[in-house]
Write a protein that binds this ligand. Sequence first.
Ligand code: ATP
Ligand code: MG
Length: 356
Amino acid sequence: MGLFDNMLKDNESLFMNEIALDYDFMPKILKFRENEQQRIAECIRPLFQKRNGSNMIVHGAPGIGKTVAAKKVLENLEEETDDIIPIYINCWQNNSTYKIILEMCEKLNYKLTMNKNTVELMKIVVGLLNKKTSVLVFDEIDKADDLDFLYTFLEQLYRKSIILITNYKTHVLKMDDRIKSRLTPETLEFKPYNSEEINGILRQRLEWAFVNSVWDEEAFQLVAAKTLEFEDMRKGLYLLKESGNAAETKSSRKITMEHVKKAIEKLESFSKTDLSQLSDNEKKILELIKQNPNCRMGDLYKQVQEKTKDSISYKTFQRTVEKLAKLKLITAKKITGGAEGSTKILNPKEKKLTEF
Ligand SMILES: Nc1ncnc2c1ncn2[C@@H]1O[C@H](COP(=O)(O)OP(=O)(O)OP(=O)(O)O)[C@@H](O)[C@H]1O
Ligand SMILES: [Mg+2]
């Protein structure tokens, strides 16, 4: 055997179809989320009989298939009928009523948006949607700065089904009563995948993405085990891709444990750095913000006083909040008016892999 037999040549790659590892890649058939897709479909079903649909709040941890399952249902709906308009909006990318409406205009192919304000555009969108029935999915709804659009749709659309997706189960409880009483949603919780499901999903993506038999079985099992630990499919996809890159860098024809370990190191190094510089009290405050999304400064301070051993002054608490916001671990949004004058609304900011 020659010294370089095991090395990749310039024009060779371990990847066959790298796109299959992208976070927004949509598999043709979505396995292991059949029941969840079914539940979403049930909310929509009445629309087929010209009745009003149900609304739903979908919640669960990051990276466990909420977005992809909802998009799949819309895709199926589109194949099934022209009478129902399916619209998907990400409220993180479009976080104000104006941006959401503008995005909806684009999806509805309405182009004359220049020089029109939110109210005018809203009227147009409502008009277009009311020509038929509609299914509106608002993903990452907790990232929307205002919910005026939601109120208007609930109030003015005749026949629709509104699906809201969020990481936080409690988010809907914090909505304005006028929205809550109109929404009366079903709830659907996504639970993390178990070991068998993670194996199945990753193996399928691996088969699409890589050249046949370049993966050592043991190395693949390590990726699956790590993904189970993180409970986040995005991390599994990241590890598959980075392990492949690590192997290619070494011109290896096989992806082995060594390459997966490199990828894990890389993943863990940027997941951990931010927290290592926090004191115990700062970590505790961060934890409380995570447990109480959308909390006002004053309310959170009360909890901090109850739940931390040594008493923390309001000033120290304020400084910690500023530090956490600076580190981009939380968001602190100033709001003015209301009974308490101005305050800040605190929210955890989970870093997604796409942000690193
Ligand atoms: N059952 C599955 N089969 C194949 N791929 C999946 C499955 N579930 C999730 N994935 C993939 O895992 C990644 C994360 O899924 P998705 O974006 O739906 O997560 P999410 O629950 O919406 O997370 P977040 O709350 O962070 O938005 C995506 O790339 C998605 O394609
Ligand atoms: Mg999502």
